[in-house]
Design a protein around this ligand. Structure first.
Ligand SMILES: [Zn+2]
Length: 155
């Protein structure tokens, strides 16, 4: 079991969600008791329940419990997303810094991220610009030689 940052972020999210589940369960159980005691008509001797009061009190507790549950789940999702971003960034950094398999680094990155040929965005030159066929640099029309040495006339 690795103990990297994204695992810690994920377990933090799971902790939040776990706490919210426990709180929601406790609140619902409390709601059952409070609703019963509030709705009791004529004291314990008669044990007659006002079902309108009972259900409205219980419903209030259940709504609060559901909101807490949703907040816990939302925090877990946000932290999972952050963990995913962090993991991708770390893997990219690991792949790029792996000098032992230098020739395989680019293909590793391509495999990792599903990069296919031509998937990178190439900007389109405007009317007063031209693109160098050698290095893809966009140059203004009055520039006759690209910084890479390619001449505009031979482009
Ligand atoms: Zn060029």
């Amino acid at each position: 079991m690795s103990n990297n940052t994204e695992d810690r972020i994920r377990s933090f999210g799971n902790l939040f969600f776990g706490i919210s589940v426990v709180l929601a369960i406790i609140l619902t159980i409390c709601g059952l008791f409070v609703a019963y005691n509030t709705a009791l008509v004529g004291g314990w001797y008669y044990s007659e329940l006002d079902m309108g009061v009972y259900s409205s009190v219980l419903l209030t507790f259940i709504i609060v419990a559901a909101v807490i549950l949703l907040i816990g789940f939302f925090i877990k999702c946000i932290l999972d997303v952050f963990a995913g971003i962090h993991e991708n960034t770390r893997r990219t950094a690991e792949l790029l810094s792996n000098t032992k398999t230098d020739s395989n680094v680019y293909s590793n990155v391509k495999t990792e991220y599903g990069v296919t040929a031509g998937s990178a965005k190439i900007s389109v030159p405007k009317l007063d610009e031209w693109r160098c066929n050698n290095c893809n640099k966009i140059n203004k029309n009055h520039i006759t030689t690209c910084t890479c040495g390619q001449e505009k006339s031979k482009n």
